[in-house]
Design a protein around this ligand. Structure first.
Ligand SMILES: Nc1ncnc2c1ncn2[C@@H]1O[C@H](COP(=O)(O)OP(=O)(O)OP(=O)(O)O)[C@@H](O)[C@H]1O
Ligand SMILES: [Mg+2]
Length: 259
């Protein structure tokens, strides 16, 4: 089937990001297509979270260009960055919810920050988002310490969806979940992509997630994207780090054993 070119949700060109003498991203380029789930893999400390934070304007790039939904990020001043902010939702790696706020108040936080809405409308939105991520309305009254790990991830996702974003950034959304909860979460992401037409940018080390939900997978090594494509293509990559990642001992354990 021929893919209709709907354009790119995110375009990164020649991006350089560093801290002091350390160069983390070194002339990195990456395109994320509208409506796709892109998985990002890379060594721990390799710069995945830095890339995500730079795309959303939290870290200023040394050089290079970033466009989100056709609008430049970074050099265009705070107002553009801010108005674009409503178009994406974020689930951070240290995905902390505010511990002093209930689940419902956490989900409503981005609404309060960005919009002026009545309390009853905000309550309706929170209930709808809870349902969207498979939680009950009563869960809205709980505090973050009263949630399981899987519930916490779901609440963080509900908060990321609060402003009806077109793009969601997920930094290791299934880490720390048991395999069943993780695959439930994967299925949820896939459903949201299909029903809401979301573009999903997902950092993950979870090989099952990469296989099950990602349309394409990008590999970050040496500060660059060294391979990108559907999983079967990545498995064929000759790049030494990509080979070691997908064909190393730990990933072998996931392959069926030949007898
Ligand atoms: N604000 C910062 N100031 C200085 N150095 C930073 C900052 N943020 C990240 N770094 C450094 O940038 C490098 C990349 O970090 P990053 O968090 O992007 O790694 P990662 O690929 O997400 O790793 P992991 O898989 O462990 O989450 C690390 O060496 C880190 O110490
Ligand atoms: Mg990280």
């Amino acid at each position: 089937m021929q893919q209709v070119d709907k354009g790119f949700a995110i375009r990164v060109r020649d991006l350089v990001v560093g801290f002091g003498h350390q160069t983390v991203l070194d002339h990195l380029s990456l395109d994320v297509r509208k409506g796709e789930i892109l998985g990002l893999v890379g060594a721990s400390g390799g710069g995945k979270s830095v890339l995500m934070r730079t795309i959303i304007g939290l870290i200023p790039p040394g050089s290079g260009e970033i466009e989100v939904m056709g609008r430049p990020i970074g050099d265009a001043g705070d107002r553009v960055t801010q108005s674009a902010a409503a178009r994406w939702g974020i689930l951070f790696q240290q995905g902390a919810l505010f511990s002093s706020l209930t689940v419902r108040q956490n989900i409503q936080f981005p609404l309060r920050e960005n919009l002026v809405l009545s309390q009853s409308l905000m309550d309706e939105i929170a209930t709808a988002k809870l349902e969207m991520v498979g939680l009950a309305p009563e869960d809205g009254d709980k505090y973050p310490t009263e949630l399981s790990g899987g519930m916490t991830k779901r609440v963080a996702l509900a908060r990321a969806l609060a402003l009806d974003p077109v793009i969601v950034f997920l930094d290791e959304p299934t880490s720390g979940l048991d395999p069943i909860a993780a695959s439930d979460f994967d299925a949820l992401i896939k459903t949201l992509q299909k029903t809401l037409g979301l573009t999903v940018f997902m950092v993950t080390h979870d090989l099952a997630s990469l296989n099950a939900v990602c349309d394409r997978v990008a590999a970050l090594a040496d500060g660059k994207i060294v391979a990108i494509g559907p999983m079967p293509e990545l498995l064929q990559s000759e790049h030494p780090w990509v080979r070691a990642y997908f064909h190393g001992k730990r990933s072998q354990m996931l392959q069926p054993q030949t007898r």
